[in-house]
Write a protein that binds this ligand. Structure first.
Ligand code: ADP
Ligand code: MG
Length: 247
């Protein structure tokens, strides 16, 4: 699909060794294109969150090159971070802040002055209207997840990372999220989705990568992968990832 091959994230020979000596990423190279939904698949501990955190500037790389829209994620952090919406894997909500206060605070963080219309739209899209005055401590897991997604989208980022967004969520939120992802794609956003639900990647992704033990094992267009193998994505995945690793 050459029409969407403009690079937005370029990763070259990326390595990450944590302070305790553990090597979480090994020579990772990836080229993520504008407007695609990129499914990053791999078992727990494969290095998915580490990779995302490095691109989002939350974790420092050990070596290699990482750029977002042509700018280095460490040297030009303010620029690159402003292009990224990050929905983190862990649910973290301040117990006292109300949903709408959360969103306003985040808008302020990105220097957006008049975020009211945007916030209203997000509250609606994520079915949070009636929770706007609810403090973090009163929200269910699903509601917290919705709030975190809204928070990540407040500054209307070009690139959205969804790190295991549907782990442990109910069917309604899952469907809601899938349709939100498809809407964002129509708006030419670039979406990086990590999941270990293969059916999710099969339903949403344009391209998929498989990562295991810090190494990228495969990067391919989903349709090509499916037609080459003639089996569901889950079966292809199993050929690459030894399920014994998948704790
Ligand atoms: N701060 C850290 N210090 C040491 N090891 C870490 C740290 N963060 C993650 N790891 C390890 O790096 C590996 C990859 O973790 P992570 O990127 O969270 O994988 P995934 O998101 O694919 O489950 C795991 O073995 C994890 O225990
Ligand atoms: Mg993770």
């Amino acid at each position: 699909m050459h029409f969407m091959s403009e690079s937005v994230i370029l990763i070259k020979n990326l390595n990450k060794t944590y302070k305790n000596g553990f090597q979480a990423l090994k020579d990772v190279s990836l080229d993520i294109h504008k407007g695609e939904i990129f499914g990053l698949l791999g078992p727990n501990g494969a290095g998915k969150t580490t990779l995302i955190n490095i691109v989002a500037g939350l974790v420092f790389k050990t070596s290699g090159e990482v750029t977002v829209m042509g700018k280095d994620v460490e040297k030009e952090y303010r620029f690159t971070r402003s292009k990224i919406g990050l929905v983190q894997q862990e649910l973290a909500a301040d117990p006292f802040l109300k949903v709408e206060e959360y969103l306003r605070l985040q808008a302020g963080y990105f220097g957006i002055r008049s975020a009211d219309a945007r916030i209203e739209q997000l509250l609606k899209d994520l079915k949070l209207d009636d929770k706007r005055k609810s403090p973090g401590r009163s929200l269910s897991g699903g509601m917290k997840r919705r709030m975190m997604i809204a928070k990540a989208l407040v500054h209307d980022p070009e690139i959205v990372f969804l790190d295991e967004p549907t782990a442990g969520v109910d069917v309604e939120l899952r469907e809601n999220l899938w349709s939100l992802v498809r809407t964002m794609r129509k708006m030419h956003k670039t979406i990086i989705l990590t999941t270990h639900y293969l059916e999710e990647a099969e339903a949403l992704a344009d391209r998929v990568a498989i990562i295991n033990q810090g190494r990228i094992l495969l990067v391919e267009e989903k349709e090509k992968l499916l037609s080459d193998h003639g089996t569901p994505l889950a079966d292809i995945y199993r050929k690459y990832v030894n399920q014994d690793n998948n704790v």
